[in-house]
Design a protein around this ligand. Structure first.
Ligand SMILES: C[S@@+](CC[C@H](N)C(=O)[O-])C[C@H]1O[C@@H](n2cnc3c(N)ncnc32)[C@H](O)[C@@H]1O
Length: 194
């Protein structure tokens, strides 16, 4: 079995939340269209989406993960795939290290896929480091249908759902952005900085 297929099965068996197949197709399409030079990813997990973004571009990837074990699996995968020379992997909470990671850098593609309550904060922090025309891809913005629906939201998800609703309202009324919300997978926001 190929390294990526093995990793995909491992992630599914171990409940590691990697991007779903439908959303991945959209991500690949956006990466190919953008043809980025430098990608920022918040939420590496085991390196699956990072590897696929690099296989579909000539970019360099800066990626942040809080969980050391997941990050180690990612490092192993990228080595096996020969992608390690194009990846800078950062271990830590994006809440704390994002500023340091992006210091002095410019991104034409940003994949926000870490803690769902923090999307707004991360976008604000990165904004000045994103090129004009750059793409910001945010996964899971509709959070199992709870963000759009009027149904009762379980208490444990209420903060995430409220924060995602605020995030979507904010980006959709921001005139510096073109925003497309896709009801695919758990919901994707494809945002273009004008
Ligand atoms: C949805 S998964 C990322 C999936 C990955 N992008 C993929 O599709 O292959 C989200 C990841 O964000 C990590 N994470 C959670 N909080 C974080 C934080 N504050 N800073 C950095 N990473 C965080 C989690 O450990 C988890 O591995």
């Amino acid at each position: 079995m190929q390294a990526l297929d093995k990793l995909y099965s491992y992630a599914r068996e171990n409940y590691i939340p990697i991007i779903d197949d439908e959303s991945l197709e959209i991500l690949i399409g956006e990466v190919v269209k953008a043809n980025p030079k430098r990608i920022l990813e918040i939420g590496t997990a085991v390196g699956y989406s990072g590897a696929i973004m690099l296989q579909n571009s000539e970019a360099v990837l800066d990626t942040i993960e809080i969980d050391e074990n997941r990050r180690n699996i990612a490092l192993q995968l990228w080595k096996e795939l020969g992608l390690d020379g194009r990846i800078n992997s950062y271990l830590g909470s994006a809440d704390e290290i994002l500023g340091e990671v992006i210091e002095g850098k410019e991104y034409d593609f940003v994949f926000i896929d870490g803690p769902k309550s923090r999307c707004s904060q991360y976008l604000d922090e990165c904004f000045d480091h994103i090129t004009s025309g750059g793409v910001i891809f945010v996964d899971d913005v509709l959070f199992f249908g709870m963000v759009k629906g009027q149904d009762w939201v379980p208490h444990k998800h209420r903060t995430i759902v409220n924060n995602l609703r605020k995030f979507l309202d904010k980006i959709q009324s921001d005139e510096r952005l073109d925003v497309n919300i896709l009801d695919i997978g758990n919901g994707i926001a494809v945002i273009r900085k004008k």
